[in-house]
Design a binder for this molecule. Structure first.
Ligand SMILES: [Zn+2]
Length: 411
């Protein structure tokens, strides 16, 4: 019959399968397509591919397929079981769907493509899917993608923490700094949060890691040391995290000095907090001139600021030896500065120095994760439907993992 042949072609059904009947349920807006198969001498075992005989059929199953025109299209078939001499009785692989899915592979692919671009809510409405169905499609997509990624190497990675709700709960993120994608997400920011990451890697992948950018956060350091060979030469404390510590110290000096000055009727430092953190070259000419007067003054804050800027010039060195010399000289100056916050930050940086200087060898920072963070913001924004953290984790992998998620049979 002609319409059967038409449907077979539209649906991409291939021998031994054929379209047995097509039923249009106008009132429901549905098309039901029943598939059957010709007699086959051999089926192939889903485990080993060996030729084996038909054993029996399972009861009928249904798969949602791409709509035909505006009609929801549902495929029906009785999955055959074959008997393999090695694996026993198994359901054969249906060419249009993955084993556990109630959707055809092409439908899943469509849903995946739409979910990449639109919110879960919009896709659920457009395709007539429930939250559970949407999450199921995303979860399977992520699982396929993570499985396929096992073959790739990662030379530079960054460990970053991310607050889910401001200051309430944290996630640990591991990013691939070269390909700008998320490799791993775990709840919390403990050592155990990062420990789980190493288990997802093959030994080849672990030995391909050359450098790890991270905050000066001991639980992460402990995890990397425990799992990555020669970790001490590979850990690079993030340049912006170092700058942040120095900036905080300058601000402590400023606040204290501001109180003293104000008591004497001098408000030169009031409202200047951000001036001391900004790069003077990005200021308006008028502001820059005013700021120049401040930082050339005899104020303690100006001295603290000079200490911060000098510390950061470490990052413009090319070679390690002069950089070490610079740091020793700077540390001496800082600890004699009589500015308590600067003394404290200098001691802290000295304690961490061996993994700060590694920057000169590896030249990595977590700034590369910024584009990932922007995407995670979007995921969070469209995340109001998340009933639990696990769905949020899947959504991060889905949108930021750079994964190849297409169902096998659509490739
Ligand atoms: Zn087999």
């Amino acid at each position: 019959m002609q319409d059967h042949e038409l449907y077979r072609r539209i649906l991409g059904i291939e021998a031994p399968w054929y379209v047995d009947s097509v039923e249009l349920k106008l009132e429901l807006g549905e098309i039901h397509v029943r598939l059957a198969h010709h007699d086959m001498i051999d089926w192939s075992c889903p485990e080993c591919g060996a030729a084996c005989k038909l054993y029996d059929h399972q009861p009928e199953r249904q798969w949602r397929h791409l709509d035909t025109c505006q009609y929801q299209t549902i495929l029906h078939a009785e999955p055959p079981r074959c008997e393999c001499s090695n694996h026993g009785v198994r359901v054969v692989r249906m060419p249009w769907a993955e084993p556990s899915s109630r959707f055809t592979a092409l439908f899943e692919l469509l849903a995946i493509e739409w979910l990449r671009a639109a919110s879960q809510k919009a896709v659920a409405e457009m395709l007539g899917l429930s939250w559970d169905e949407i999450h199921g499609i995303m979860e399977r997509a992520v699982k396929r993608g993570l499985e396929r990624r096992k073959a790739e190497t990662v030379s530079q990675m960054g460990v970053d923490e991310k607050a889910f709700r401001k200051g309430q709960s944290y996630f640990t993120l591991v990013n691939d700094l070269m390909r700008r994608r998320v490799l791993y997400v775990a709840e919390d920011r403990k050592q155990s949060s990062l420990d789980g990451f190493w288990e997802t890697l093959t030994p080849e992948q672990i030995s391909s890691i050359e450098a790890v950018a991270m905050d000066m956060w001991d639980p992460y350091v402990a995890s990397v040391r425990e799992h990555l060979p020669e970790a001490d030469g590979k850990i690079v404390f993030d340049k912006f995290h170092v700058a942040q510590h120095l900036g905080d110290a300058v601000d402590k000096v400023r606040r204290k000095e501001n109180r003293t000055l104000k008591a004497a009727g001098d408000d030169r430092l009031a409202g200047t907090r951000y001036d001391w953190l900004r790069n003077p070259t990005s200021m308006e000419p008028k502001d820059r001139k005013e700021f120049a007067e401040l930082r050339n003054s005899e104020l303690k804050t100006a001295r603290a600021w000079a200490l911060k800027e000098t510390a950061m010039s470490l990052y413009s060195y090319v070679y390690e030896r002069p950089a070490r010399k610079h740091f020793r000289w700077w540390h001496n100056w800082a600890v004699r500065s009589r500015l308590q916050p600067m003394i404290e930050v200098a001691r802290m940086l000295q304690r961490r120095f061996e993994n700060i200087i590694t920057y000169l060898r590896h030249r990595i920072t977590n700034a590369g994760s910024e584009s990932i963070n922007a995407k995670i913001q979007w995921v969070k924004y469209t995340a109001r439907g998340f009933r639990n953290k696990q769905n949020f984790v899947h959504a991060i992998y889905f949108h930021c993992g750079g994964l190849d998620m297409a169902p096998e049979s659509t490739k």
